[in-house]
Design a binder for this molecule. Structure first.
Ligand code: B12
Length: 792
């Protein structure tokens, strides 16, 4: 059997490894990867059982074999992987394949976590290199819940091995990954990074996966793989059980094969029995050939914008040309100014953001990397990377978590040779300017010729024509009046003859003439009519955006004029776009996650109102809105984290003020209180407020932090002989932890009293789980404590 994977027939992976290890006696807390060293026979047997069940390819027991997860085990990544591949190879022999399994690192990525992109890349590189050296046949990157991490893993695999790469992500019941990626966006980003197959694993049971799989199949140009769990896990008698039987599992997989998936396997809860049934169910079926229409689509990590479905605005304001304040901000490394521009453009209706930070006096590459990283964690819009330097473009494309557009390439041979390899490698789209060594042709037909030449050349690099967005170049009416219409004609020609999507930097047309906006919007309307798909403009220029809204009505894009009526009625009383996006208050700062702005704003507000009032009137209501937006899928985990970080900074600035102004005699120990956010819960903003207020009222507070083990709380209470404990939890799932903690406290610390709080609790619930007191907010916590310690 050749060692090359092919997708003309079905390919069957194995089922769950963890499930089998547990069945064979692996204890909770024991490192599964350790078995490659200390119990190879068990691993070999599991592999053999899967092969006997019909698997064509088995997965090494290396899901967590990265330097971070192995850190405290005393095992090296290389050693674990070498052994794991060896065991799998022994079981697979020469007739079956061995896939080197790579799972997520287990930490959140920067800037919303602590793991940097380079650190993730290096960890994956170490794994990839070890796996190939040990003789694996393919790399399976799986259970990824952050597309950014998935990209780091894929790049590490592609750049450091020659093995086929398969990547699967895991989705939640809301149809998105943990960090908010939807199936279409996943496909748009990952399929262009050179993977051999992509798909979905873990997540949910096969039934719940079906609609997600359909989305993936609709868009994926590469073969699609599915490895579902054996249903949704339920806890029965303290044991995790999965409800889908092997027979049912096989039937689901057959249904998946019938709609076009070609690679299968099982994740959590699946066993050799499941794989046996899959093998049976696939017998007699043949892979279905899918026709996938290619889109011109650009993505952020959690949203995709398709060009060609009505005008899409590319916001032009992050570009220092002619902008004094932005230049200054870039010189001073003032990222906040740039982020504010991004948020303002988003709020004004931009669909994509152009990012240009080119100033001769700064390190453009470093600034571009920083700008891309910060922008993508804050604003969920796809980016257009704008630079003339290939090294800057490459660095940005590398750290971009989405699928960006590169701005730009032109018809000059040496420029194409520098830019196209980057476009291909990082799976980007590219803006193709219709100029070459001889400058910008006067006539539309000649600009078309350059576009044709670029499409052909791009093809030689393996770039699809759909990934090219042509810019026919706008000249100024004041200097080259005759040529303005050539641009319009060229747009029409490119659409008609090449069927490509188009972009234009619209406002160039009016340089040097009065009432520029009038010319700009008239030109915009003409260009839209000729087929302009993605105007690059200033979204804050309301007349321009309104022209697009009007065009959308007249061209039957805005059905029933819904959007137009909503945004254009209301007359002169309506706030202008500028007013709307610039009326920044503390709530909006929190909602937008503008971290740096919080503290100065707080200091200003503190001259007018007290600290607790700021917490109650601004911070908590803002977090409530953030919570609602998160729940409704308007924002995702990265933005939620940014908002929380902003509140943390705001709170830092308020703390001293609260300390000064609560009016109580400080420094007197009125009683000891141990407080903590319970096990499994990392929400601590509310608990921290409670702590500060209690301290201000003279209590001695022992704050154990968040996600605190029951034993730790019990120990501290004993050690300090505290009589009151405060427990916090914010999730329905962690209320149980409060209950367990209370039980343990009652058992080990007789006479202890417990107060509880957190958004999910109420008076009744608190009673039900055995608490003595419930406090709806921090003031309530103080009241309870004062009463308890008889301070009043
Ligand atoms: C900020 C936030 C985060 C931040 C937390 C940062 C931090 N350091 O705390 C981050 C981004 C890390 C986060 C993570 C997650 N979050 Co969150 N998060 C929120 C958010 C927006 C605000 C919470 C908050 O700080 N509120 C403001 C504070 C001041 O209010 P509070 O905590 O209720 O505290 C007050 C009172 O309750 C009381 N109080 C609090 N504790 C105590 C204790 C005692 C003893 C007393 C007397 C009183 C008391 O006094 C406080 C001051 O007045 C909420 C939505 C919301 N509006 O609640 C979601 C929310 C709580 N999160 C949610 C979820 C699902 C998650 C994640 C699972 C997301 C994910 N997919 O990973 C993870 C959780 C991981 C984990 N294992 O814990 C859900 C929970 C759903 C549920 N009902 O179970 C919510 C409700 C969002 C939603 N609508 O879906 N989150």
């Amino acid at each position: 059997m050749s060692k090359k994977l092919n997708y003309d027939s079905f390919l069957l992976f194995d089922g769950g490894m963890g499930t089998m290890l547990q069945a064979y006696g692996l204890k909770g807390g024991e490192l599964p990867e350790g078995c490659n060293i200390n119990n190879p026979d068990m691993i070999r047997k599991i592999h053999k059982d899967y092969i006997a069940a019909g698997a064509d390819i088995i997965t090494t027991n290396t899901f967590g074999a990265n330097r971070y997860k192995l850190k405290d085990s005393g095992l090296s990544c290389n050693e674990v992987i070498k052994n794991a591949v060896k065991i799998a190879r022994e079981a697979a022999g020469d007739n079956k394949f061995v896939a080197h399994d790579i799972g997520p690192i287990g930490q959140l990525m920067e800037p919303y976590g602590t793991l940097s992109y380079e650190e993730a890349y290096d960890a994956f590189k170490e794994q990839v290199t070890a796996g190939e050296a040990a003789g694996a046949d393919a790399i399976l990157i799986e259970t990824m819940s952050d597309i950014y991490e998935a990209k780091a893993a894929i790049l590490a695999a592609k750049e450091n091995s020659r093995l086929p790469v398969i990547c699967t992500m895991t989705f939640q019941a809301d149809g998105r990954t943990l960090t908010g990626t939807d199936p279409m966006t996943m496909v748009n980003i990952i399929s262009h990074l050179g993977v051999d197959a992509l798909g979905i694993n873990c997540s949910l049971g096969p039934g719940e996966i079906m609609p997600l799989l359909k989305e993936i199949l609709k868009y994926s140009p590469v073969p699609v793989i599915v490895q579902p769990n054996a249903g949704l896990p339920t806890l029965i008698d303290g044991k995790t059980c999965y409800g889908v039987s092997p027979l049912q599992f096989g039937q689901y997989i057959a249904d998946m094969a019938k709609i076009g998936a070609v690679i299968f396997g099982g994740c959590c809860g699946t066993t050799p029995e499941h794989i046996k049934e899959v093998k049976k169910a696939l017998t007699g079926l043949k892979p279905v050939k899918r026709e996938v229409g290619k889109l011109t689509a650009v993505s952020s990590a959690a949203a995709t914008v398709v060009l060609g479905e009505g005008p899409r605005i590319i916001g032009e304001r992050i570009n220092p040309t002619g902008k004094k304040r932005l230049k200054e901000a870039l010189r001073n490394g003032d990222m906040d100014y740039l982020l504010r521009e991004a948020v303002a453009q988003r709020d004004a209706g931009a669909h994509i953001l152009d990012v240009n930070v080119g100033l001769p006096e700064i390190d453009e590459k470093a600034m571009m990397v920083r700008a891309v990283s910060e922008l993508q964690s804050l604003v969920n819009l796809p980016l257009q990377i704008d630079s003339v330097r290939p090294d800057v473009i490459e660095a940005a494309a590398r750290v971009c978590s989405g699928r960006p557009i590169i701005n730009s390439v032109n018809g000059e041979e040496k420029v194409m040779e520098a830019i196209f390899p980057i476009v291909k490698k990082y799976g980007c789209l590219v803006v193709a300017l219709t100029l070459d060594e001889n400058g910008i042709p006067e006539k539309a037909e000649d600009r078309l010729k350059i576009a044709e030449k670029m499409v052909k050349k791009a093809g030689e690099y393996g770039i699809d024509r759909e990934d090219i967005v042509v810019d026919c170049l706008v000249l100024t009416a004041s200097a080259q009046q005759k040529e303005v219409q050539e641009t319009i004609k060229a747009v029409a020609l490119v659409k008609e003859k090449l069927g490509l999507k188009t972009t234009l930097g619209v406002s160039n047309v009016s340089f040097g003439l009065p009432d520029r906006e009038l010319l700009n919007r008239t030109f915009l309307a003409m260009a839209l009519n000729s087929g302009l798909d993605a105007p690059i403009l200033n979204p804050m220029a309301e007349a321009m955006v309104n022209t697009i809204k009007a065009y959308n009505v007249l061209w039957n894009i805005d059905k029933e004029s819904e959007e137009y009526i909503r945004s254009c009625s209301g007359g002169n009383d309506k706030p202008s776009v500028k007013e709307k996006v610039e009326s920044y208050d503390l709530k909006k700062v929190v909602i937008d996650g503008m971290k740096e702005e919080a503290a100065p704003m707080i200091r200003q507000l503190l001259t007018e109102i007290g600290g607790m009032e700021i917490v109650d009137s601004y911070l908590i209501p803002a977090l409530d809105i953030v919570g609602q937006k998160y729940e409704s899928g308007e924002i995702f985990l990265p933005q939620l984290i940014q908002a929380a970080e902003t509140v943390k900074r705001a709170f830092g600035a308020i703390k001293d003020n609260i300390t000064k102004n609560t009016g109580e005699t400080l420094g007197v120990n009125k009683g000891k209180i141990v407080i903590a956010t319970v096990k499994g819960d990392i929400h601590d903003i509310g608990k921290n407020i409670v702590k500060i207020l209690l301290e201000n009222y003279g209590f001695q507070v022992y704050d154990l932090g968040k996600d605190v083990q029951i034993e730790k709380i019990v120990e501290k209470v004993k050690e300090e002989k505290a009589a009151l404990v405060g427990l916090s939890a914010l999730m329905t799932t962690t209320v149980k932890s409060i209950e367990d903690t209370i039980k343990a406290l009652r058992e080990h610390c007789p006479g202890i009293m417990v107060m509880v709080g957190g958004a999910v609790l109420n008076e009744d619930y608190a009673k039900m789980i055995g608490a003595d007191f419930y406090g709806k907010d921090a003031r309530e916590a103080v009241k309870i404590a004062r009463k308890f310690y008889k301070c009043e």
